[in-house]
Design a protein around this ligand. Structure first.
Ligand code: APR
Ligand code: ZN
Length: 253
């Protein structure tokens, strides 16, 4: 409980906090994460479906994996964790969400300033000529049992997500780093913090003297550098934390 109170204290005094989220913030929306026992990588080898090599050499497996993810996403809605983060932006405590997620649920919950480090499932992208277009180019081709091709160069396109073996969008990453350095709080929610360079952001913040809060239902490698660690489900903890921070801020006025 001590950590919840100190986290609420940090949040109440934040004016440009950054929330850094991973797949754990979306599991209560019905979207599996990756490294939990029931996560996506428990059933599928990421090397077979989530690498640029898989995209080029095993298109059937690659597209079958993303077709399943797109179908799950079509039935997913923001959960109380997403709504709590949108509320924290609206009341001025959180200035930005930096997410590793590609599901767009932060935006659907009302968060305005969202940096997507690993891309999104709203768009299709051509790794060869850089074309970007609507994800329907992928979904409609797959529905015809075709392989989706680029409207500009004719080569195959993929969902606009960052695959292993690809660099993440450097402008997005640098924007996220700058935001973490300039923040007065970094709140990590629902990430195992095992995939770099995104996982370095808590270190970037901590080295800049920014307090770090970690909300996760299992330990992470960075718990020791956190000023507060909240163990449990984001859909329960974030609304509680946001409510307590609001009471603290109102009572300090
Ligand atoms: N509440 C709190 N924590 C949760 C919840 C929940 N409801 N559900 C899951 N978690 C925790 C898990 O215990 C785990 O520690 O969220 C974390 C999710 O970790 P990962 O599955 O590794 O997801 P993430 O950290 O986002 O992965 C980063 O890896 O495969 C790549 O591109 C993929 O963006 C992804 C990146
Ligand atoms: Zn192209």
């Amino acid at each position: 409980m001590r950590d919840l109170e100190s986290a609420a204290e940090f949040l109440a005094s934040a004016r440009h906090g950054v929330a850094f989220t991973g797949a754990g913030v979306s599991t209560e929306s019905g979207l599996p994460d990756f490294r939990s026992p029931s996560g996506l990588w428990a059933g599928v080898d990421p090397l077979e479906v989530a690498t640029l090599t898989a995209f080029r050499r095993a298109p059937e497996k690659f597209y079958a994996f993303y077709r399943t993810r797109l179908a799950m996403l079509a039935k997913a809605w923001p959960n109380p964790a997403h709504h709590a983060l949108a509320d924290l932006e609206a009341n001025g405590m959180v200035a930005m969400v930096v997410t590793q997620n590609i599901d767009g649920l932060h935006q659907a919950a009302g968060s305005q300033r969202v940096i997507e480090l690993h891309g999104n499932l709203r768009e299709a992208a051509c790794p060869d000529c850089g074309w970007i277009g609507p994800i329907t180019v992928v979904t409609e081709a797959l529905a015809r049992a075709d392989l989706p091709s680029c409207e500009r160069c004719g080569r195959r396109v993929k969902p606009n997500v960052v695959l292993f073996e690809e660099l993440l969008p450097l402008d997005a990453y640098h924007q996220a780093e700058d935001a973490c350095r300039a923040a007065d709080l970094l709140m990590v929610v629902g990430s195992s913090l095992q995939v770099t360079p995104a996982a370095w952001l808590p270190v970037v913040a901590q080295r800049a003297g920014v307090p770090v809060i970690i909300v996760n239902d299992e330990p992470t490698p960075f718990d020791d550098l956190a000023s507060a660690v909240l163990r449990g489900r984001a859909g329960d903890l974030l609304p509680t934390l946001a409510a307590r921070a609001l009471v603290r801020r109102e009572s300090s006025r």
